[in-house]
Unconditional design. Structure first.
Lengths: 111, 113
C-alpha cells in the first residue's frame, strides 16, 4: 500500500511569491491534515480537510489556504510568501480518527 | 491551554540503556496521546498511543506511562539501540471529529554504540 506522497520535495521561492504544495493521501483515506514544522520547532497544525471541505484551521493567517479534490488529494497554497514561511510542510491522512499517517514533507525555502 | 510541553530537548543514552521522554499537558479535554518518531528527511511515524483510561501501554521495547492526575505522560524506550536515534514527538488531541494533533516540541535522542 502506497503511503502519503507529497510533491515537490523541495521548493525555493522568492519573498512575495506564491507556493503550491500537493499531497496524495493513502488510498481510502478521506481526511487530510497539513502541518508546518519550522526549524527547531514542533509541528504546528495548519488545516484539516475532510470529504472535500475545510473542517478546521490552525492559528495561521488567511494567506495560508488550500483545498481538497474529489479524489481526496489536497493542495496547500501560501500567498505573499515571507521569509518566516520557510519550513517543512507535512501532510497527513487518516481514515480512522486516531491514526494519522504522514508524508515525507515539502521543504519550502523562501529567499 | 492547548499546549503540550515536552522534555528534555535532547537526550544521549548508551546502547542498552533506558531512554525516558516526558510530556505534560494542561487541557484535561485531551483524550488521545500518541508518540511519533521522526528520522531526518522523513515525516513523523506513529510509534505508540494511549487513551487516558489506561495507565500504561507497552509495545515491544516502547512503553507509554500515563498519569492522569498529574496530567503527564512519558515514553520509555528499553534496551535503546543506535537505530532508535531520532526525534520523538509527543502529541495530544481532543475528542470529536476535529482530530488535529497538538505536538510537543520534540526530543532529539542519540543512542551511542
Amino acid at each position: 500500500e502506497a503511503g502519503v506522497t507529497q510533491s515537490p520535495t523541495h521548493l525555493i521561492k522568492t519573498r512575495g511569491q506564491q507556493a503550491t504544495l500537493r499531497c496524495s493521501p493513502i488510498s481510502g483515506h478521506t481526511s487530510v491534515y497539513w502541518y508546518q514544522q519550522a526549524l527547531g520547532l514542533g509541528l504546528q497544525f495548519l488545516l484539516w480537510y475532510d470529504e472535500g471541505e475545510e473542517r478546521n484551521r490552525g492559528n495561521f493567517p488567511p494567506r495560508f489556504s488550500g483545498r481538497q479534490f474529489p479524489n481526496y488529494s489536497s493542495e496547500l497554497n501560501v500567498n505573499a510568501l515571507e521569509l518566516e514561511d520557510s519550513a517543512l510542510y507535512l501532510c497527513a491522512s487518516s481514515l480512522r480518527p486516531f491514526e494519522a499517517f504522514f508524508g515525507q514533507g515539502t521543504r519550502l525555502t523562501v529567499v | 491551554q492547548q499546549q503540550v510541553k515536552q522534555s528534555p530537548q535532547s537526550l544521549i543514552v548508551q546502547k542498552g540503556g533506558i531512554s525516558i521522554i516526558n510530556c505534560a499537558y494542561e487541557n484535561t479535554a485531551f483524550d488521545y496521546f500518541p508518540w511519533y518518531q521522526q528520522f531526518p528527511g522523513k515525516g513523523p511515524a506513529l510509534l505508540i498511543a494511549i487513551r487516558p483510561d489506561v495507565s500504561e501501554k507497552k509495545e515491544g521495547r516502547f512503553t507509554i506511562s500515563f498519569n492522569k492526575s498529574a496530567k503527564q505522560f512519558s515514553l520509555h524506550i528499553m534496551d535503546s539501540q543506535p537505530g532508535d536515534s531520532a526525534t520523538y514527538f509527543c502529541a495530544a488531541s481532543f475528542p470529536g471529529s476535529a482530530r488535529q494533533l497538538t505536538f510537543g516540541s520534540g526530543t532529539q535522542l542519540t543512542v551511542l554504540p
